[in-house]
Design a protein around this ligand. Structure first.
Ligand code: PDD
Length: 281
């Protein structure tokens, strides 16, 4: 049985329990992070920590746990679960007061911190990852998708819709623009350059996205950060998505239409290679 961390204790997964009055349970009042761990090292940890702090500040969630402590907890989890290649799930909710359910932030709450690591045997595979298929769906989410909130019902609904259509990912469309996937960022390739939507409240600023943009800069690949019209997505030379768990993937079928890539000209194999080298550095 896996060992997880909950509020200062390391416990077998099935013994980890929070109060039914935790606002995370009642309102989805909390935030989270997912961090890849390669060879025992937290990948791009400072960027994940910065986003965690931004999410906490955005919902005024006061959590006293320090950055060093979060790292120590992760190292303990790796050790106790005998893992080197894994992903970390870290969630902080506002906590709660037994018997109270207030829409305003209940006074006297103490934040609840939960973390666990999942084995990731394919973490070092690469450089190219298996291609994925996708469908486009309307984006049903709120106006603050830049906060990594645990409220993921619209994302889950979109992913379920993709699954029922036999696809791996759902690309979310709002006001005619393709913004991101249900749990990934989006890119297209056009005339040898990358196009990806700019950071904005309607999407999550992915850490993997930051790495891809950094790699593009290092290798002189032009990047345009702008909206992608749905029609442009359908005609793109290449379509990619990225996330901490899926890394960088190309989309080989969109809305039931196969997408053919000329491997000798495609940008994907180059980025997959650069990404692979970067994560093992
Ligand atoms: N999701 N956009 C959304 C909506 C996401 O949920 C995620 C990641 C990303 C990519 O972010 P990053 O590169 O930092 O992982 C973009 C995580 C992996 C999840 O919910 O499991």
């Amino acid at each position: 049985m896996a060992t997880v961390y909950l509020n200062g204790e390391y416990l077998p997964a099935e013994q980890a329990k929070v109060s039914a009055f935790d606002r995370g349970f009642l309102f989805g009042d909390g935030i989270y992070e997912v961090v890849p761990i390669y060879r025992g090292r937290l990948h791009r940890w400072p960027l994940h920590l910065a986003r965690l702090r931004r999410s906490l500040a955005a919902i005024a969630l006061d959590c006293r746990i320090g950055d060093g402590e979060l790292e120590q907890i992760t190292q303990q989890l790796l050790q106790r679960n005998s893992l080197e290649n894994a992903s970390l799930y870290l969630q902080i909710t506002r906590g709660g007061v037994p018997g109270q359910r207030d829409h305003f932030y209940t006074e006297g709450c103490v934040a609840s911190v939960f973390a666990y690591v999942t084995p990731w045997p394919q973490a070092l595979d690469g450089p190219e990852r298996p291609a994925l298929t996708a469908i486009t769906v309307p984006d049903l989410r709120w106006q603050r998708c830049d906060i990594k909130s645990i409220n993921l019902l619209p994302n889950a609904m979109a992913r379920q819709q993709a699954r029922e259509a036999g696809a791996d990912e759902a690309i979310l469309i709002r006001d005619g623009e393709a913004l991101e996937g249900s749990s990934s960022n989006l890119y297209i390739v056009r005339e040898g350059g990358l196009i990806t939507p700019p950071e904005q409240p309607r999407m999550l600023s992915g850490i993997t996205r930051a790495v891809i943009l950094e790699l593009a800069g290092q290798h002189g690949v032009p990047v345009e950060q702008r909206g992608i019209a749905r029609s442009e997505l359908q005609q793109a030379e290449e379509i990619w998505i990225s996330s901490s768990l899926r890394e960088l993937r190309r989309i080989s079928r969109l809305d039931g239409v196969d997408r053919h890539y000329d491997a000798s000209r495609a940008l994907y194999p180059k980025f997959a290679q650069w990404f692979h080298e970067d994560k093992l550095r």
